[in-house]
Ligand binder design. Structure first.
Ligand code: NAD
Ligand code: USQ
Length: 390
């Protein structure tokens, strides 16, 4: 297949590009490098330094014999995206090219509007450029489990649900209630995609993925092939942060009661699941939603898992408590349905307890680099404040 990966320089985009190349597909990456810039803006950096895109592509060629094509540009620039789609005419487009930090979106009005504008307008541009150049291609759009929030019902894996209101029955879109402007941008995307599917008959897979952790996939065999790894309070996700905190000797930053539950998965499992969804598209003109996670875990369980893994490596780390800077339920029902991926043969490889030791070991060589950003780790961005710039 010919696959365009929008956001190919990112944490997920780079390993997925390598996996698709390894599986014999033609891969065309697109990115404007805005995550590199925005992480620097908050005074941080990837824990594991990553080469420039031209050097990454050369390393992939030298080490694995892969040939990857790349276009630098911003997908909110319609002329740029239209030109790429017209030139490449892919079978599938993977859309990762969005701003992905909940805290970043909550810093202040500027960051909220940037997140909403970048994410929603990029997706609208993708819809129109596909319609004009390549309407039969499969669009694999990365959404998030956080679109659903934490409802007091089992989360269905479907676009619509049947309801009865005051005695009358109808189908409505699956209820969503997100917990940050970032997560709401993904809800708005889902609504826009559903509308594009209904009106324009484009083919979509809308993936509701939980937080991803890890440093490696099968193809990341050399430090020149590493993917980015964020750990500061704005850009880092919880498991990756806890592993860095262990290495730096910082008590693990559990927010609130630590009873919040989410659906986690490793980078390797994320890439495996994405490959399955790309290689097994839905019917032409169909909208398919896929929930994507492996383990439902609370923050307290994650902290204990990381603490034990660190201890096995001779690192003693304590578990800290922080008043939750976010507005989120911490005692809640959480039972999302997952049937699409298992139906395609998805078999998770490793559980968090098996992987965190290796993850911590992978970070140890970068301890000095990470310690330069020590003061960017403790929670600072607070959902209840309207101005969080340092
Ligand atoms: P990332 O920030 O590392 O990667 C996103 C890439 O898209 C970056 O390289 C960035 O430069 C690029 N990009 C952003 N806006 C762009 C634009 N307008 N034009 C061109 N390129 C642009 O994030 P990630 O962790 O790789 O996440 C990829 C996708 O998956 C995102 O949509 C994110 O919301 C979603 N997601 C991530 C996780 C996770 O735990 N990492 C979990 C669920 C969903
Ligand atoms: N948390 C802590 N301590 C920390 C960091 C986070 O307790 O140091 C808690 C948060 O309060 C939250 C949970 O961990 O309850 C998850 O937070 P996170 O920062 O790991 O993840 P989140 O902000 O939800 O965002 C990440 C990615 C985003 C993706 C999302 C999937 O950045 O792109 O969409 O995970 S999901 O959470 O399912 O919506």
């Amino acid at each position: 297949m010919k696959v365009v990966v929008l956001g190919a320089d990112g944490y997920l985009g780079w390993p997925l590009s390598l996996r698709l190349l390894a599986r014999g597909h033609d891969v065309i990456g697109v990115d404007n490098f805005v995550t590199r810039k925005n992480v620097k803006e908050v005074g941080s950096d990837s824990a594991i330094p990553i080469p420039a895109m031209k050097d990454r592509i050369k390393a992939a060629k030298d080490i694995h014999g892969f040939n990857m094509k790349f276009h630098e540009g911003d997908i909110t620039d319609y002329e740029f995206l239209h030109k790429v789609m017209k030139e490449e005419k892919p079978d599938a487009v993977v859309h990762f090219a969005e701003t992905r930090s909940a805290p970043y979106s909550m810093i202040n009005a500027k960051h909220a509007t940037y997140t909403l504008t970048n994410n929603i307008s990029g997706t609208i541009n993708l819809i129109y450029s596909m319609m004009e150049t390549n309407p039969s291609a499969h669009v694999v759009k990365m959404g998030t489990m956080g679109e659903y929030g934490t409802p007091n019902f089992d989360i269905p894996e479907s676009a619509y649900v049947d309801v009865e209101i005051k005695g009358r029955k109808d189908r409505i879109t699956t209820p969503k209630f997100a917990g940050s402007w970032y997560h709401w941008s993904k809800v708005h995307d889902t609504n826009n995609i559903l509308f594009a599917n209904k009106v324009l008959k484009l083919t979509f897979t809308d993936i509701m993925q939980g937080p991803v952790y890890g440093t490696r996939t099968k193809e990341i065999t050399d430090e020149k092939l590493h993917t980015r790894f964020d750990f500061d309070e704005v850009w880092g996700t919880v498991v990756n942060r806890f592993c860095v905190e262990s290495v730096l000797g910082i008590p693990l930053t559990v927010y609130g009661s630590g009873q919040q539950v989410r659906g986690y998965l490793s980078l390797e499992d994320s890439v495996q699941a994405l490959s399955l969804l790309i290689e097994n598209p839905p019917e032409h003109g169909e909208y398919r939603v896929a929930n994507q996670f492996v383990e439902l875990l609370s923050i307290n369980q994650i902290a204990e898992t990381v603490q034990k893994a660190a201890k096995r490596l001779g690192i003693e780390v304590t578990i800290g408590k922080h008043e939750n800077p976010r507005v989120e339920a911490d005692r809640h029902h959480y039972n999302p349905e997952i049937k699409v991926l298992p139906g395609l043969g998805f078999k998770p490889k490793l559980k968090m307890a098996d992987l965190t030791g290796q993850l911590i070991q992978d970070l140890v060589p970068y301890k000095e680099h990470m310690s330069r950003f020590h003061n960017r780790i403790l929670p600072y961005t607070n959902w209840r404040k309207t101005e969080n710039a340092r």
